[in-house]
Design a protein around this ligand. Sequence first.
Ligand SMILES: *Cc1c(COP(=O)(O)O)cnc(C)c1O
Length: 499
Amino acid sequence: MQYISTRSKTEPVGSARAIFNGIAEDGGLYVPKLLPRLSFGELKGLLHLDYMGRAKYILSLFFTDFSKEEIDECVDSAYGSGFDTTNPAPISRSFGGISFLELWHGPTCAFKDMALQILPELMRVAVDKVGGGLKPLILAATSGDTGKAALEGFKNVKNTAIQVFYPQNGVSNMQKLQMSTQSGDNVCVTAIKGNFDDAQAGVKSLFLDEELKAELSNRGYSLSSANSINLGRLIPQIVYYFNAYCDLASEGTIDFGDSIDVAVPTGNFGNILSAYYAKLMGLPIGKLICASNKNNALKDFIRTGKYDRNRRLYKTISPSMDILVASNLERLLFTVLDGDSDKVSELMTALSEKGAYTLPEKVRQKIATMFYASHADDERTLQTIGEFFRETGYLCDTHTAVALACAKDYLQGDVFPRHILVVSTASPYKFARDVLRALEICNELPSDEFEMVEKLSTLTATPIPKPIYELKSKPVRFTEVCDVQTMRASLLDFVGAEK
Ligand SMILES: *Cc1c(COP(=O)(O)O)cnc(C)c1O
């Protein structure tokens, strides 16, 4: 399997190279030259396997320059422990045609763990193959969950280092605490003055800084990314869609061969893109429901064909989706434009220069046959959590609730009846304050985060995830705050001091 850039006709690279580089040299994103397709028989063959078996099968289709032993080892060490369930991505029971794919049973209680537990393993192998003696220095901008999950994945992984930048006032208190207490010898966490897009733009410019590249190379490092643009994250996310489909069929919720719809709470478009890839690979998926919060550039895009980032960024109660520029959308464009990298490049230039671009109507229609888009603001998100809990006893977090609300919007239309898989991306305990507010069952909110967590547990009779419970007693290690302009200096400081 070879990988090419979305933006120009550069030489194709193997998966190790694509994972090691993170972003293509022309600024584009790596995409598979040709997506593998599973026959009906091959799909059926996955039924008798468990998550690990399915993961090994799917990943081996993509990472063809990895040996079987290497893939097995990566999968075993990523998903073998560290999750609080045997199946790392279990499905809830069905609530009248809707079930939840719970992607938050890993060490940071959010869906990023699904990819970031395995990325460091893949990176470790990739470095051996193509690293040329340089160690990867992972640089990440985070709107909350990515950073922590990347830190947990890479901490103490030999021959790697990681620095994470997060917007000072753009993550929840719990997320901030999770990051500032991070353990590990090779990690650094820095807050920046700005929003997530500032942090992401800052990181992007560091990647394109040739002088910095030379300076780091002198110190034995090469920059790499753990953001959702890295193939080593995108591809492992395909696995849980196959896994969920097989589980739904095995337990008899659907008949094998039936199509399902999936509703995905969307920020950078990584998770839903993986679902789209799964669909293109032959997994019976009908509609992809793209769910946004009040930051609904994607909804407008899918409905009108115009992507416009010239709008205010709202702070919402689903902060991991507070994004104006969904970076993985570029990969969707590449596919629906039939691999026309000149056109993708043109659109991306328009996006960076004018902040907007418009798709030809025919291409927009093509997207609209596969994707349905809607959004839910904070008020409706809270309402959805409360209502659903009262009706069913199932508690979901603020991100998941956005997807649930959008799934309900979808069902309002004249639609083909299919089972809907709502992708649940975070434990409700990560957003205890807002979840408690939504339930409207306590008159006065406790002021302390941990009291909220305990109250939530008592009132809903659900267990507190261990990683959140343990946070209470961890010492804070990182307090640095810098400007976007000084991110570079902060990075050099870190690798200067790091042994
Ligand atoms: C990252 C994240 C999302 C958005 O996922 P994308 O792949 O960026 O679209 C949604 N919910 C939670 C909890 C997340 O951490």
